[in-house]
Each structure stands twice: as C-alpha cells, then as structure tokens.
Write a protein that binds this ligand. Structure first.
Ligand SMILES: Cc1cc2nc3c(=O)[nH]c(=O)nc-3n(C[C@H](O)[C@H](O)[C@H](O)COP(=O)(O)OP(=O)(O)OC[C@H]3O[C@@H](n4cnc5c(N)ncnc54)[C@H](O)[C@@H]3O)c2cc1C
Length: 414
C-alpha cells in the first residue's frame, strides 16, 4: 500500500513507528524546511508527557500504551534525563482540593524539556530515514488533496491508496480546505477555552510544585462555566505565541535554566449552542481586541487586584514578569474580555486561594489573551481512504494522546 502522511508531529510519529517495519511505501509531507525547524507545538517546545485517563483527549487510550510511548520518547534522549511526578496520587492533597469544590485530575507526567526535544526529534527522524520504505518531503506545505476514483493525489503527486492527515492545529488551513469540500466530516465545533496566564512567585506554589509539578484541577464556577488549570511551569517563563494575525500568551519551562516564578493558564471553557458555529472566529476576535488595546503585536499584563477591580495597571509591585519587556503593555484585560469569563476566573482564583494561600495575592500577574482552540471533531468514516489523526482530528490535545492516536490508527488501517 502507498500511504501519504501530511505533517511530521506527534501523531505522525506514532503512526510511522507502528508501521515502519511493514511492507508499505510511506511518504511524509512536512511544511517545515527540515527536522530542526520549529513549528508551534509541544513536541518542539517544553515536552511534558502525561499518562492519564482523564486528560489529553477524548479517545480511550490504554495506560500501558501511554507508558510505552513515554518510554519511546525518553529513550531517544542521550542521557535519559527527565523530571517526573504524579498529580493527586497523594490522598491528602486530593481531599483538600475536593473539599473546596475542585475536581483534581489524576495523572503521571515526565518532563523532557525544550533543550532535549531537538535531539529526540532528530533521532526519531534518523531512524525512520534509515528505512527504505519511508520517504520524507520537507518544505512541502500541502494545500490540496484531490480524489481520482479510489486513489488520492497530493498537490499532483501520488496517487496514494490512503492519506493520513496529521497536521496538528497549525494545519488548520488545509483542514479548512478539506472541510469545504466535505462538510459532512464535521461532527462537532462549538468549544473554545478563553482565559489568562497567571504568574506567581515560586514559593507560593512550592509545595504543590514539589509534590506534583503539574497540578491540574477543574472547577464549576458560579457562572456555570467550567474553569481549569493548564500547563503549569514551575520556575518557568511566559512567552508569546504568534498565530499570524494575532498574538497570545503561553508558558514553558526548561530543564536547566530556571526563573523564580511559576506560570500557569487558567481557562474557561465556552461551549455555545445554535446558531453559533465559529469558535475559532470568536476566540480570535477576542485575542485581536486584546492585541489592539496592547498596541500591535503585544499582550496585556495586569496585577490581579486591578484585574478584579477593572482598573488599568500602571505599576508592578513585588512580582516581576518573566515575559520580555517588549512583548506586553500594562493595561486592563476587562476592556477586551466578556464579563462572564472574567467572573469565572475570579471565582476560581478566590476559591483556590483557600487551598493555596497567596495564589490570589493582589500583586500576582495576569496576562491575556490566553486562548486554547479545539479543532473541529472530524469523522474518520465519512470519506473513504482519508484519515485524521492527532490534534487536527479534534480528538487529542497532548503529545501522548496524539502519538497514541497515530499508533492506533496504524493498527486499524494497515
Ligand atoms: C506551545 C505548546 C506547548 C505544548 N506543550 C505540550 C506539552 O508540554 N505536553 C503535551 O502533552 N502537549 C503539549 N502541547 C500540545 C501538543 O504539542 C499537541 O497536542 C501535539 O503535538 C499534537 O500532535 P499532532 O501530531 O497532532 O500535531 P503537531 O505535533 O503540531 O504536528 C503537526 C505537524 O504538521 C505540520 N503541518 C501543518 N500543516 C501542514 C501542511 N499543510 N502541510 C504539511 N505539514 C503541515 C506542522 O509543521 C507540524 O510539524 C503543546 C502545544 C503548544 C502549542
């Protein structure tokens, strides 16, 4: 069988790892110019690998497979160095959060760190390259998939028997083109996560960071919206992320270089109903509005006290930002965000302060826009011989779930 894989990220790696020894001709089309080029994805920055039944995606992925894939990634590093921890396996912590209305998420994690990821990807690629049946086409942004009877053409190359689309979130243009042709692929598109990134001195969350490194909790706020923590970076750095037509905030941490602050996202899930059908449009407009207020290409930074009172921040006090100075302005996030989102976040933080004293200190830092998009959930049954894996399928949101999706799809279709 001749199979095309579009994108070389976590999902594609899982797929190829599973089929590399089989007798199929595999062609990988990747838009980055080579294996070292960056794209906006956790497989190229940070690299926290989670083993959990409760987070990472909507698929059911066996814990043994998750652990096996974690080992696969760690084995690609030279010195097999990583940070590890367990979230809420300790009953006391679980109970403390649960009593205050939080739903703790149980997971195990392994942090490889930004510095080692290049080596990991390079080693995986070199192994695939050594196989005679695997062909890579870097610097090839696929823009079109065409059907010719039962065969499929990619930008005029092929024909292929099967096409596996593994373009992550950065491949939304290609997915949009495919959906325009086959609207029946869409199963669900109503959700977007809007929120802020909070930055606090390490000592406030030191105990939690030591106990579990990444603490994940969910909370049903008084507004009815679910609020959750995401991407906790002990001694980490806040960075901006460029989506082309707007800028958001994000965070990461390194294995060796450490700051004195911890940052984490606090996200409110907005799930709207008919006639709403454009969560990406909704999220992007709010992000752009925030950028407009911040002056072009910048994000807004505010102290928590001013965020609560809807007042522009003019000075900072004890907590100093890790985000570089040219990337933010001091302002008021309330001018860009809907009231219900702000109220949900404040309710979340005020309650969290009872379990983690100091998390809602007046001079802690709040950055916006922090937005996480969900891809449309796409069907793998509606159009013959074309399959969506990883984040672009709407089924996964993490490295391990995306890799597992690729692995499981390979078992199913080859
Ligand atoms: C900044 C950041 C940090 C993250 N940190 C973590 C983390 O620590 N832990 C975790 O579990 N998850 C993390 N995530 C999420 C995680 O990275 C994704 O869930 C996972 O990488 C999804 O895998 P994927 O294969 O679906 O997509 P990706 O890994 O994004 O791979 C998609 C690939 O397709 C290529 N591509 C896109 N469009 C085209 C096209 N038209 N033609 C050809 N190639 C194309 C891209 O260049 C890319 O290489 C993070 C995400 C981001 C953005």
């Amino acid at each position: 069988m001749k199979i095309a894989i579009i994108g070389f990220g976590a999902a594609a790696i899982g797929f190829i790892e599973r089929v590399k020894e089989l007798d199929h001709e595999i062609h990988i089309f990747e838009k980055s110019k080579d294996i070292y080029s960056s794209s906006i994805s956790g497989i190229r920055a940070d690299g926290k690998l989670f083993v959990s039944k409760e987070m990472g995606g909507d698929l059911k992925v066996d814990l043994n497979l998750q652990k096996k894939l974690v080992d696969f990634y760690i084995n690609q590093t030279k010195h097999k160095q990583f940070e590890t921890g367990q979230s809420f396996m300790n009953k006391e912590y679980y109970k403390n959060f649960y009593e205050k209305g939080f739903q703790p998420i149980v997971s195990e994690f392994f942090h490889i760190g930004t510095e080692q990821l290049k080596e990991v990807l390079y080693n995986i690629y070199e192994n695939f390259k050594s196989k005679k049946n695997i062909h890579s086409h870097f610097g090839h942004t696929v823009s079109k998939i065409e059907f010719d009877a039962d065969k499929i053409l990619i930008d005029n190359s092929g024909p292929f028997d099967k096409v596996v689309v593994a373009v992550g979130r950065s491949g939304h243009n290609l997915v949009k083109n495919i959906i325009n042709e086959f609207p029946e692929l869409i199963m669900d598109n109503t959700k977007v996560d809007l929120g802020i990134r909070l930055e606090v001195p390490d000592h406030i969350v030191e105990e939690l960071n030591q106990e579990m490194y990444e603490f994940k909790i969910k909370y049903k706020s008084k507004t009815g919206y679910m609020v959750r923590t995401f991407c906790n970076n002990p001694s980490g750095y806040v960075v901006t992320e460029n989506y082309g037509d707007f800028i958001t905030v994000n965070g990461h941490s390194k294995l060796k270089e450490k700051s004195k602050n911890t940052n984490l996202a606090i996200l409110t899930t907005v799930q709207l109903t008919q006639p709403f059908n454009d969560p990406v449009g909704y999220g992007s407009h709010i992000a752009k509005l925030t950028n407009i207020l911040a002056g072009k290409d910048k994000v807004i930074l505010q102290t928590y006290a001013h965020f609560k009172k809807s007042k522009r921040t003019k000075n900072l006090y004890r907590v100093l930002p890790t985000l570089e100075k040219n990337s933010y302005i001091l302002g008021d996030i309330n001018l860009a965000y809907p009231r219900r989102i702000i109220e949900s976040i404040i309710d979340f933080l005020e309650n969290l302060n009872e379990v983690v004293p100091g998390i809602a200190n007046d001079d802690n830092l709040v950055y916006a826009p922090e937005i996480k998009f969900y891809s449309n959930r796409l069907s793998n049954q509606k159009v013959k011989n074309i399959f969506f894996i990883g984040d672009c399928s709407g089924e996964t949101r993490s490295i391990i779930y995306a890799t597992a999706h690729g692995w499981m799809m390979a078992e199913k279709i080859t």
